[in-house]
Design a protein around this ligand. Structure first.
Ligand code: Q9C
Ligand code: ZN
Length: 669
C-alpha cells in the first residue's frame, strides 16, 4: 500500500472552554486545535492527508474503560449552570467542565476510534487525530488533568476487542504521566505502556509514586509498564532520543506490536509552560519516523497536551510530515544526554532487565566491568561531555526575549523534499516498484577518473572493467542525491570497492561528512580509515578481526550465526547514537552477499538510517535477490515485522566492549 496518512479533525471539539477564573486550567483552550489545524494548512500538509470524519463514541465504547456511574455523572453536566459546573469540576483534580464537554469528549474518543478503524482496515497506513479534550489522565471513575474520557486507553481496548490485536504499544510522549492509561493496563501483558514525564522526584504534578521507574506493571503485566521519570526540566532532543535508543526502540522491537498508539502531548516541546523542556519541533518528526517501521506501519497519533500554541502547532506539523514520509530535518542541540536523563534511563533499564531479552546479557556484563555503578556507555564523570549548563529559556514568560528565543528554535520546518524519492541505475528491470522511481543514466568512467577515486593499485586490478562499470552507475546516483533531485538511491554492484569509491566520489563533489555502513567483507584502505570526513562502521565475521580507530569501527561477530537480533539491537544502542552525533550529510549502506542477515532486517535498518542526513542514503547491494526488499524500504513502503531477534551472548559482549572503546572518541555514547 502506498503511504497514506489520515487526519481526523472537527471544529466541534473547539466548542467548549473554561467559564470561570481557574488559572490551573486556563491553558487548555480551543485555540490549541485551531492553531494546529491552521498551521497544517499553511504548510500544505492538510491537503496531503486523507480526511477522516468524526463521530460520537457510543456508551458501549466508553464502558471499555469507564464505569457507568462516572459516565452518568459526566452526562449530567450538560444541563448544569456555571456554579454547578464549578462544584462538579472541583470533585476532580485540575479539570473543568462546560455544558458541551460531554459531547466533545465523546467526539474526541469517536475521532480516535475512527482513526483506529481506518488504520486497522487498511484505508490509511497511519494517521493523526487532533482532538480535545485529551485523555491520558482520566481513569475508570475519574476526570483528571483536562481529561474526561481516556481516548487512547479505550482505543487500545477497542482494537483488542474489534480487531483481535494481541500486542499494542502505547507511546506516551506527553510531558505528564498518563497515570490513567497506566492503571488501565497495569496487569495486561498485551499492552506495553511507555511514558516519559516530568517528575522531579515526585515534586511535579500529579506527584505520584506510581509514576516512577519502579512501576513496572503487576502480575502478568510485570515488565509491560515503562516509566521514564525526568527529574530535571530543560530536557533536550538528545535526551528524548536517548530514551528511544536505549529503552523504547529495542523493547518495541522485542515486543513486536501489531498496532502503535501515541499519546502525543506536545507539552514536551520547547516553550511549553507546563513542561519547561527544550525539545524542538523537529524532534517529533524523528520520534515518529523511528516508530514507523514497527507494527507494519500501523501508527495512530492522538493529541494529548501541548499549550504553547507555536511549538504545539509546529510539532504537530513535524509529526504529520514524518507520517507522510517526508525527509527528516536535522536535529539541533547537544549530542550528549544530560546526567539526569542518563540516570533515569539507566534506572529503567535496570528494573526492566529481568523482563527483556535485549537487556539480559548487557547489564550483567556492565556490572562486571563497572563494579560500582551500572553504566551502559555514558561516562558520568566526563564533565565536559555531560554536565554542561544549558541555556535557560523563560518557559512561561511571554516577553520579547521569549519570542526571540522561540524564533530561534522554529526555523527548520520548511525543508523541501526532492520530487523523486528513489533513484536507481543499472539493470534491475525485474523489480515491481521501479515505475515509482527515477532511472539514472549510467556514464562512462575512465581509468584515470577511477584512479583518483580508488586506492593506489586498485585500478590495475584484473576486475578493472567491472569496477568501472559499477562506478558508472554509482557516481550519477550520488550526483542526483547530492543535488537533491532524488532523496535516495539504490544500485547493485558486486565489487567490494564500490562503497569506498562511492564515499570518495561524494567527498569530491562536496559532501562533508559521510557515514559508510558496511555489512560484510571489504578492505578499507588506511587513508579512509583515518579520514575524519568518512565515518566507517563495518560488521563482519570474526575470522577477519580488524583494528578500531576513531573513524573506522569494525565489529566482528561470531561466524555461523543469524545476526538479525544482534544487528538490530546494536543499531539502536550503538550505531544510531554514534551516527546522530556525527551528523552525516550522506549515508552509504553497502550490503554484502551471504552475510547472515535477512533482507527484511536490512530493510528495517535502511528505514531507520533515513532519520540521518535528511534521508540522503545510497544503498549498494552486492546481492541481487534482496534489492526488492531494500527498494521497498527506500520508497517508504510499510515493512513487515522481524521474525527472529535473538541476541547472542558473545556478540553482546562485543557490543559492550565496543561501546567502551568508542567512548574514548565519541560523545553521544
Ligand atoms: N503545573 C495534559 O497535558 N495541572 N494534561 C498541573 C502543575 C494539570 C495536563 C499543574 C495539567 C494537566 C493532557
Ligand atoms: Zn500533558
Amino acid at each position: 500500500m502506498a503511504l497514506r496518512t489520515g487526519l481526523v479533525y472537527n471544529e466541534q471539539m473547539k466548542n467548549y472552554s473554561l467559564l470561570w477564573d481557574f488559572p490551573l486550567c486556563s491553558i487548555e483552550r480551543p485555540e490549541r486545535l485551531s492553531a494546529s489545524h491552521e498551521k497544517l494548512k499553511y504548510y500544505g500538509l492538510l491537503e496531503r492527508c486523507i480526511p477522516l470524519s468524526v463521530r460520537e463514541a457510543t456508551e458501549e465504547e466508553l464502558l471499555l474503560v469507564h464505569s457507568l456511574d462516572y459516565i452518568e455523572d459526566v452526562k449530567s453536566t450538560v444541563s448544569m449552570n456555571v456554579e454547578e459546573l464549578k462544584t462538579f469540576s472541583y470533585n476532580y483534580n485540575d479539570v473543568y467542565f462546560h455544558p458541551n464537554s460531554y459531547h466533545c469528549a465523546k467526539v474526541a474518543l469517536g475521532a480516535t476510534l475512527q482513526l483506529v478503524d481506518a488504520v486497522m482496515l487498511g484505508k490509511v497506513r497511519n494517521g493523526m487525530a487532533l482532538v480535545r479534550p485529551p485523555g491520558h489522565h482520566s481513569q475508570k471513575s475519574k476526570a483528571c488533568g483536562f481529561c474526561i474520557f481516556n481516548n487512547v486507553a479505550i482505543a487500545a481496548k477497542y482494537a483488542k476487542e474489534k480487531y483481535g490485536a494481541k500486542r499494542i504499544l502505547i507511546v506516551d510522549w506527553d510531558v505528564h504521566h498518563g497515570q490513567g492509561t497506566q492503571y488501565t493496563f497495569e496487569e495486561d501483558p498485551g499492552v506495553l505502556y511507555f511514558s516519559w514525564h516530568r517528575y522531579e522526584n515526585q515534586q511535579f504534578w500529579p506527584n505520584l509514586k506510581d509514576s516512577d521507574y519502579s512501576a513496572i506493571g503487576k502480575g502478568k503485566g510485570a515488565g509491560f509498564n515503562v516509566n521514564i521519570p525526568w527529574n530535571k526540566t530543560e530536557m533536550e532532543n538528545v535526551d528524548y532520543l536517548a530514551a528511544f535508543f536505549y529503552v523504547l526502540l529495542p523493547m518495541a522491537y522485542e515486543f513486536n506490536p501489531e498496532l502503535i498508539l501515541v499519546s502525543a502531548g506536545f507539552d514536551t516541546a520547547i516553550g511549553d509552560p507546563e513542561g519547561e523542556m527544550c525539545a524542538t519541533p523537529e524532534c517529533f518528526a524523528h520520534l515518529t519516523h523511528l516508530l514507523m517501521p514497527l507494527a507494519n506501519g500501523k501508527l495512530c497519533v492522538v493529541l494529548e497536551g501541548g499549550y504553547n500554541l507555536r511549538s504545539l502547532s509546529e510539532s504537530v506539523c513535524m509529526t504529520v510530515r514524518a507520517l507522510l514520509g517526508d525527509p527528516m530535518p536535522p536535529l539541533v542541540g547537544e549530542i550528549v544526554p544530560c546526567v539526569s536523563a542518563i540516570e533515569s534511563v539507566q534506572n529503567v533499564r535496570a528494573v526492566h532487565q529481568p523482563y527483556w531479552k535485549f537487556l539480559k546479557y548487557q547489564d550483567v556484563l556492565i556490572n562486571e566491568t563497572q563494579p560500582k555503578k551500572q553504566n551502559f556507555g555514558f561516562d558520568e564523570n566526563d564533565s565536559e561531555s555531560s554536565t554542561e549548563e544549558k541555556k535557560v529559556p523563560t518557559g512561561s514568560d511571554v516577553n520579547q526575549d521569549f519570542e526571540e528565543f522561540m524564533d530561534s528554535h522554529m526555523k527548520k520546518v520548511l525543508i523541501s523534499a526532492p520530487a523523486i524519492r528513489t533513484a536507481f541505475a543499472g539493470c534491475v528491470e525485474k523489480l515491481t516498484k521501479l515505475d515509482q522511481c527515477l532511472k539514472v543514466e549510467e556514464r562512462k568512467i575512465t581509468i584515470e577518473e577511477a584512479g583518483i577515486l580508488c586506492s593506489a593499485g586498485d585500478y590495475t586490478h584484473p576486475m578493472v572493467e567491472h569496477l568501472l562499470l559499477s562506478l558508472g552507475k554509482i557516481f550519477p546516483l550520488i550526483d542526483k542525491i547530492m543535488q537533491r533531485e532524488a532523496r535516495n538511491g539504490i544500485v547493485v554492484s558486486s565489487t567490494q570497492l564500490a562503497g569506498v569509491s562511492a564515499a570518495r566520489y561524494a567527498l569530491r563533489i562536496g559532501a562533508n561528512r559521510i557515514f559508510l555502513l558496511l555489512l560484510g567483507e571489504a578492505n578499507i584502505p588506511i587513508d579512509i580509515q583515518e579520514d575524519e570526513k568518512i565515518l566507517v562502521l563495518q560488521i563482519n565475521g570474526k575470522q577477519d578481526e580488524k583494528k578500531l580507530s576513531k573513524y573506522y569501527i569494525p565489529v566482528c561477530w561470531e561466524e555461523d550465526n543469524e545476526w538479525d537480533g544482534d544487528l538490530l539491537y546494536s543499531f539502536c544502542e550503538v550505531i544510531l547514537p554514534l551516527a546522530y552525533g556525527y551528523r552525516p550529510e550522506l549515508v552509504i549502506l553497502v550490503v554484502g552477499s551471504n552475510i547472515g542477515i535477512q533482507a527484511n532486517t536490512i530493510a528495517h535498518v535502511t528505514h531507520l538510517l533515513q532519520v540521518l542526513a535528511q534521508g540522503r542514503i545510497l544503498v549498494i547491494s552486492q546481492a541481487y535477490d534482496i534489492v526488492e526488499t531494500l527498494l521497498n524500504s527506500l520508497i517508504g513502503d510499510a515493512l513487515s515485522a522481524m521474525s527472529s531477534l535473538d541476541m547472542k551472548q558473545e556478540n553482546t559482549q562485543t557490543l559492550v566492549k565496543l561501546r567502551q572503546e568508542l567512548k574514548k572518541h565519541w560523545r553521544l555514547l
